[in-house]
Design a protein around this ligand. Structure first.
Ligand SMILES: O=c1[nH]cc([C@@H]2O[C@H](COP(=O)(O)OP(=O)(O)OP(=O)(O)O)[C@@H](O)[C@H]2O)c(=O)[nH]1
Length: 625
């Protein structure tokens, strides 16, 4: 790790950020932390009057957010994280705690209270270390801290405040302003950590991690007093990257022990100011100001190599071999996958570095995640979905410059034939392709179906129709969870004739039916609840209008609803997964929660709510009134 060894200490661990805040995601991504985002469902409604000080309220809320996610993940699909990070930011002014405004008037009231005054911003952060016990119990250690920053607002006129409120920026921000954006213009001075105001006190977080992972020795404490972030005394457990970076900077005539040199190298790199490079000076190389390449750029430079490593290892069935035989040497694996030893060794070591495999004494084994998700025949395998990404999406993205220039999807170029529908013409054109496409969709949906099915209470709907429901994986979860619900899976004839290969054994499917048809052309089956999973973002406006009008006509006011499973963009449109997906330039588009709301309101769905699930897809429920 370039900036701080404590961040790299988290490499290879399943780190989860229990927050929907795009700012927190940015702050942590920018320092090279790899993590999953699972927004917490904890409702921020603790009774403020029971807390002696405002920061205690923020700390408790942060803790409850993190604990909720840790428990939820532990209970589902054995996805126990190693670390869950929760945070809560509040603004305090004269004893009052201000959180996110509920509407524009509330935002205006908050901002006018802050005008001309100094207030405090507190962020409470909770770091929950999880440990799954042998009996599957979850053991958790909670570490928390808070940070205070004082912010002084200029005197602000009513007109200016309303203009700011109408910009929409205040609505998802504590105290009703975003210091990092337009709101910065309201601020006269800041005392303390700026990032704390934005939502995440990074410096204090690093110190806390250092405390957790490297309790400092006496000597270290003496030597670190001028550094804001403690550095490590030993490299025993650090990654190869760190060792490499030390080795490279080692000067031949430096007499001190290598540990000290390593510390120096890292401290040198971790600082924003230029520190004289003693090794360079001793070698007669003139000292120059060097700028550090930001970690996110480094990750992006290498990102495609990492994806392709995963794709290749899946295609060559490396994880399958290791699941069967467990511990194997590179020679054995190369023989089994029919590949060169040199190439196999490189691939295996890259997989180890990416946290997909483990290696001890030249013997490789699957990680738990590889056994669960990457082998081709596991219950929760996404192997075929990875192959679909490799075979169909990867080629589209290799044409990205052209796609951007032309603003069109490159599938025609890629498959070298004109097509109206990629799904019909390429994936369903022969039996093998059809089956692998269905397996890909099945695996992907299996991972996310339970979260979609439980995002809202759907118990009032006794019949559902999953339009384009493919193998019925969402239907399986729905009938298991809602014991009164019957589900009709409606899909193209070529899909329906193959669904028998995907029905789970020993499972009562009597409440699931499969119907052949084309939802754009044929009459829709009757149902209380219509479902569209990953359909809306893919349809051009005209087709979408036609489909939504059909569904709306089939719905009974006050009784029927439409459930969408899609990636819901955040309001600031900064969520990378949806934005990257939209670069494939399908004829449809990705939408935020409010865009789904206004789209669906046009078809008489007056109540539209959405829920971020933290999984591959989010859920939107639209009720017709
Ligand atoms: O100057 C700024 N001040 C605050 C913010 C953002 O405000 C919110 C604070 O809300 P909270 O801590 O409850 O976090 P949520 O966004 O609801 O996400 P969780 O899922 O973690 O509850 C936070 O997003 C700050 O980033 C800002 O942007 N600028």
């Amino acid at each position: 790790m370039l900036l701080n060894p404590v961040i790299s200490k988290l490499a290879g661990k399943r780190v989860v950020l229990a927050s929907a805040s795009p700012r927190r995601q940015d702050i942590l991504t920018n320092v090279g932390l790899r993590f999953e985002v699972v927004p917490s469902w904890f409702k921020e409604t603790l009774d403020k009057s029971v807390f002696a000080a405002p920061y205690e309220y923020a700390l408790e809320t942060a803790k409850q957010k993190a604990l909720e996610v840790a428990r939820r993940m532990h209970m589902k699909h054995l996805k126990t994280p190693d670390i869950v990070i929760g945070a809560d930011t509040i603004v305090t002014l004269e004893e009052a705690i201000l959180e996110k405004p509920v509407d524009k008037q509330d935002a205006y009231n908050m901002l006018s209270r802050l005008s001309g005054k100094e207030h405090s911003v507190f962020t409470g952060v909770s770091i929950v270390l999880c440990n799954r016990q042998k009996d599957n119990q979850l053991e958790m250690d909670v570490f928390d801290f808070y940070e205070e920053t004082k912010v002084k607002f200029a005197d602000l006129s009513e007109d200016l405040l309303w203009e700011y409120v109408h910009s929409g920026e205040p609505m998802d921000k504590a105290g009703g302003y975003g210091i990092q954006s337009l709101g910065g213009m309201l601020v006269e001075s800041v005392h303390g950590d700026f990032l704390n105001v934005v939502g995440f006190p990074l410096n204090h977080f690093c110190k806390k991690l250092a405390e957790i992972y490297y309790p400092p020795s006496k000597q270290t404490i003496n030597r670190i007093k001028h550094d804001s972030i403690p550095y490590v005394e030993t490299f025993e457990n650090l990654s190869d990257v760190e060792k490499d970076c030390c080795v490279k900077r080692e000067a031949p005539d430096v007499k001190k022990g290598s540990q000290e040199k390593c510390n120096y190298a890292l401290r040198n790199k971790s600082s924003n100011v230029t520190v004289p490079d003693t090794a360079a000076l001793q070698n007669g190389i003139p000292e120059t100001n060097h700028l550090q390449l930001p970690a996110n750029i480094i990750h992006l430079l290498d990102g495609f190599k990492a994806s392709k490593t995963l794709f290749a290892a899946c295609k060559l069935k490396v994880f399958d071999e290791l699941k069967e035989k467990r511990d194997l040497k590179a020679e054995d694996i190369s023989e089994k996958i029919n590949a060169s030893l040199r190439g196999t060794e490189k691939l295996l070591d890259a997989c180890v570095a990416l946290g997909l495999l483990e290696k001890t004494h030249q013997v490789y084994s699957n990680t738990e995640a590889a056994n669960t998700f990457l082998v081709s025949d596991g219950e929760f395998s996404i192997h075929e979905y990875i192959m679909h990404t490799n075979d169909n999406l990867w080629p589209l993205f290799t044409n990205l410059e052209l796609a951007v220039k032309e603003g069109t999807c490159q599938k025609q170029r890629v498959i070298e034939k004109h097509s109206h529908s990629l799904v019909q013409d390429t994936h369903l054109c022969n039996q093998d392709k059809k089956k692998s496409f269905m397996t890909a969709m099945h695996g992907m949906m299996k991972i996310t179906a339970k979260d979609i099915a439980t995002a809202f209470d759907l118990s009032e709907y006794s019949s559902a129709c999953d339009l384009g429901g493919c193998t019925g994986s969402l239907a399986h979860d729905l009938v298991q969870i809602y014991t009164n619900m019957k589900v009709n899976v409606f899909d193209l004839p070529g899909v329906i004739e193959n669904v028998c290969h995907f029905q789970p054994e020993h499972f009562d499917t009597s409440r699931i039916t499969f119907t052949s048809g084309n939802f754009l052309e044929d009459q829709l089956p009757e149902a209380d609840l219509y479902i569209l999973s990953r359909v809306v973002h893919d349809l051009p406006d005209e087709k979408l209008d036609h489909l939504l009008q059909k569904i709306s006509n089939a719905c009974y006011p006050g009784k029927s609803a439409l459930l969408l499973a899609e990636i819901v963009l955040d309001e600031e449109k900064r969520e990378p997964r949806a934005l990257l997906q939209s670069l494939s330039m399908s004829e449809g588009k990705q939408r935020s929660g409010s865009e789904y709301r206004s789209l669906l309101q046009n078809y008489g769905f007056t109540s539209v709510v959405f829920r971020k699930t933290g999984n591959l897809l989010d859920a939107v429920l639209a009720v017709k009134s």
